[in-house]
Design a protein around this ligand. Structure first.
Ligand code: ADP
Ligand code: ZN
Length: 435
């Protein structure tokens, strides 16, 4: 395989050089942070009064963590480190877990963010001949515009389709020979489920790749999309607080996501003790951005659960990788005292060939106990009049789920298209116990 790089020198930088660069940039970041209202009092309280107090990368651990709650406290300008007139761009998170939080970039910040995004795109093997249809929402959400800039910077053609409008998406794909799609994995599955209605087959299209992200999804979902569409699917992870997508992307080997370590310092901590865990062990991802003057963000607790893959990748890049996200620590459901991650349920249902492209998890109160309902859509092929087959299938799904999550679920079978779909991030879990 011919490996493509956008900036080979930095992508294959030695660990030693990378450490040096991280330290320099961390010092600069701390200097910026001290100018902000938020960190201006918090860093001195931790004994950090100037950038020079950071003498080695180990000093990172002297700095306090920052959480989403802190970001909300600092809303709107408490973490701004430059005069407002220097800001050229703002973004906000999609607000999955509450009030949105905002970030700011200077023109230099934006150029750096764009450049590392281009690196991510090229790492998948994409080039300037590609036609890129961006089905992520444009607007405050970083998923749309940030990747748009990164692909434009590469010189490929961008179709800024934004999310939704299935008919138009298919039309654009056909008319402009789209080679790469950027979408949520759930939207990729949904689009596939609508192909028949529009009289389209994957072979009518010129599609080669999809970048999928913005929501947790299992390896089985990736495989399912690859098989249904006949394309390569690359996992992309990002969060608005850290400039959005581009932060971590799979390379041509599709084996975990490279994090650009000249731009971000990653740590994995035990979310209970807040102590770092060794490389390879699972925990909460904590990120420090090193390339944003307008709004430094130090040791930001993402709540996302993953692990660091140590060592070099087959592609030769030295920047370490992150394993597929298991979900957010706050995604965990406690059902009758048992811890269940929605990703465990997804893994089981997406592996079964009788199940189509959509599912929904519902948790309800049933007297003193909790009730778990897993609703799945069947494929068109399996729809049958023979109810005996359906009873057997239902029992088989329930059994497989029980083996994985140790809870007996109620399985409901639905016709294709019966369950709700969303154009942005999918809402796969309805916990009705709190209402
Ligand atoms: P919000 O936090 O409001 O959802 P963002 O739009 O910034 O705002 O979303 C970032 C979050 O989306 C991440 O912290 C993570 O939980 C999730 N996410 C993004 N990409 C992926 C991915 N590839 N796999 C799993 N989760 C992802
Ligand atoms: Zn690689």
């Amino acid at each position: 395989m011919e490996i493509k790089y956008w900036n080979k020198e930095i992508e294959k930088i030695s660990r030693e050089e990378l450490d040096k660069l991280q330290l320099e940039r961390l010092q600069k970041t701390v200097g910026q942070a001290l100018k902000t209202e938020y960190y201006g009092s918090r860093l001195p309280a931790a004994g950090i009064n100037s950038a020079a107090d950071i003498k080695s990368l180990a000093d990172l651990r002297r700095l306090p963590f920052t959480t989403k709650i802190n970001l909300r406290e600092a809303y709107p300008f408490g973490m701004l480190a430059v005069p407002k007139s220097e800001v050229v761009r703002m973004h906000a998170s999609s607000g999955t877990t509450g009030k949105p939080t905002t970030i700011y970039l200077t023109a230099d910040d934006l150029a750096r963010s764009t450049d590392i995004t281009t690196r991510s795109v090229v790492a998948t093997g994409a080039g300037s001949d590609d036609v890129f249809q961006n089905m992520m929402t444009y607007g405050l959400f970083t998923g749309g515009i940030v990747l748009h800039y990164g692909v434009e910077n590469l010189g490929a053609m961008v179709i800024p389709a934004s999310s939704g409008n299935t008919a138009r998406q298919f039309q654009l794909m056909k008319d402009f020979n789209t080679t790469i799609i950027h979408a949520t994995p759930s939207y990729m599955l949904y689009l596939y489920s609508r192909m028949d209605d529009f009289g389209i087959k994957p072979s009518d299209l010129n599609l080669k790749k999809a970048f999928v992200g913005a929501e947790p999804h299992s390896e089985d979902v990736r495989k399912k999309i690859e098989k249904l569409w006949g394309i390569d699917v690359y996992n992309s992870y990002g969060l608005s607080e850290m400039n959005g997508p581009g932060l971590a992307f799979e390379c041509q080997y599709k084996d975990c996501m490279h994090v650009w370590e000249d731009a971000y310092i990653m740590e994995i901590i035990d979310p209970e003790t807040l102590e770092p865990v060794p490389d390879g062990e699972e925990g909460e991802l904590v990120l420090t951005i090193l390339v944003r003057d307008a709004m430094p963000l130090i040791r930001y607790r993402t709540r996302d659960l993953t692990r660091i893959i140590p060592g070099e990748c087959k592609c030769g890049r030295t920047h370490r990788r992150l394993a597929r996200m298991k979900g957010r620590s706050d995604d965990m459901l406690i059902i009758n005292g048992v811890n269940v991650f929605p990703s465990q349920i997804e893994e089981v249902v997406m592996r079964m060939k009788e199940i189509g492209t959509n599912y929904l998890i519902v948790v309800q109160k049933a007297g003193p106990l909790d009730k778990l309902i897993v609703k799945v859509e069947l494929t068109r092929e399996i729809l049958t009049d023979d109810t005996r087959d359906l009873y057997a299938l239902k029992a088989r799904i329930a059994e497989s789920l029980k083996a994985s999550i140790f809870i007996n679920p109620i399985v409901e079978l639905h016709e294709p298209g019966a369950l709700p779909v969303s154009e942005g991030k999918a809402k796969r879990v309805m916990d009705e116990r709190r209402d």
